[in-house]
Design a protein around this ligand. Structure first.
Ligand SMILES: Cc1ncc(COP(=O)(O)O)c(C=O)c1O
Length: 369
């Protein structure tokens, strides 16, 4: 039997240190904790990283999708197609924007929104598609963009898991009218919570700013300000932005580690028809947010690993099985299988090749059961 590791091998651990502390102290010394100069700097660095002219920071990835859809002009009753396999925030954001989420099945091969299922889900009320780049892997954008063009639909890319991932040289999130990011604790860059919308469209960016800050076109005083539209308080503070700016300094090292993690799993995971490591096109520019596998007895392997100090994470339940979106399984055969079989292996930035070798040996023990 493989011996137990001393440290816990987590599916994710946020990495924060000296630079975050220094930057936070700077903000505290300046006595301006609100959305401000650091927020502006963080927005412009994300815009630069994504090669887009506009980035608008908000309180969460959920808020980012919500205001991106509202800026598309989603009206009550408008349908928005989302994949059945995603974090529930994708569908919830459609509801908060006033739309009706329409679930579409995914592809079993890569867990991504299935373009054929999207075609089947389109009705005269469909206004937008929200493809999700699960684990940092690209959704089938080529096909989805063609479908969107044919039916005159907006594409808002949920890129919560895809910062740094590129397709044909372009950052995921920059193909549709908007792309959204999350800076929650399990993301490559975490600011506790936080989100961002990127866009190439100036008018769209202006709408995002109004929606994020109570309809104010420019940062206000909180007193005699002009509010030209309805909006939320989705402001993103200097304190959060300070954390983000510190982490962007070593962003390249972070994503290089994520690429290595996948290569280590590729090298050390045993071959078995019972276990399938999903591919990442790293040479093509994709960055794994977390490494995912499909397992014939996912819960069995999950529990076996947990008992041995290794913490994987099971995939989300398909949305059609969650109370707010409950529907029978028959329209979602692939998502139902993914929901039972998919899991993220430990993908924390702190893991070494030895850790991955150890995890893979424990997986082998389980397979040899
Ligand atoms: C695919 C996906 N969409 C949306 C979100 C929502 O982001 P947040 O938790 O920042 O609201 C997340 C992350 O949590 C996510 O993974």
């Amino acid at each position: 039997m493989t011996t137990l590791p001393e440290k816990h091998l987590h599916w994710w651990t946020p990495v924060m240190g000296t630079r975050e502390k220094e930057m936070l102290c700077e903000v505290i010394d300046r006595q301006f904790p609100n959305d401000g100069e650091y927020t502006d700097r963080f927005e412009s660095q994300i815009a630069q990283l994504c090669d887009v002219p506009y980035a608008v920071a908000v309180t969460s990835g959920t808020a980012a999708i919500t205001i991106a859809l509202m800026a598309c002009g989603i009206h009550p009753g408008d349908e928005v197609i989302v994949p059945d396999i995603t974090f529930i925030a994708t569908a919830n954001a459609v509801q908060w924007a006033g739309g009706v989420p329409v679930l579409a099945d995914v592809r079993q091969s890569d867990f991504m929104l299935d373009p054929e299922a999207v075609e089947r889900a389109i009705t005269p009320r469909t206004k937008a598609i929200v493809p999700v780049h699960v684990s940092g892997r690209s959704a089938p954008l080529d096909d989805l963009l063609v479908i969107a063009k044919k039916h005159n639909l907006f594409v808002v890319e949920d890129t919560a898991e895809g910062l740094g991932s590129r397709l044909k040289g372009r950052q995921l999130g920059s193909f549709g009218i908007a792309g959204t990011f999350s800076f929650s604790p399990a993301k490559t860059i975490t600011t506790g919570q936080g989100g961002m919308v990127i866009t190439q469209d100036e008018e769209f960016a202006k709408k995002l700013r109004l929606l994020k800050d109570q309809g104010r076109p420019v940062r206000g005083t909180g007193g005699a300000d002009e509010h030209i539209a309805l909006g939320f308080n989705f402001k993103y503070t200097n304190l959060q932005a300070a954390m983000g700016l510190a982490q962007l300094e070593d962003f390249e090292q972070r994503i290089e580690h994520q690429r290595q993690l996948f290569y280590w799993y590729q090298k050390h995971l045993p071959e078995s028809p019972r276990l399938h490591l999903l591919h990442f096109d790293i040479e093509g520019g994709i960055v794994p947010q977390w490494v995912d596998v499909w397992v014939d007895d996912r819960d069995g392997l999950h529990d076996y690993l947990v008992e041995r100090g290794i913490q994987p994470r099971k995939f989300w339940y398909p949305l059609h099985t969650q109370a707010p979106y409950s529907q029978p399984d028959n329209s979602f055969p692939a998502a139902t299988k993914v929901g039972h079989g998919a899991m993220w292996l430990p993908s924390a930035l702190t893991l070494t090749e030895d850790d991955i070798r150890h995890i893979c040996r424990v997986v082998e023990d389980w397979l040899n059961g």
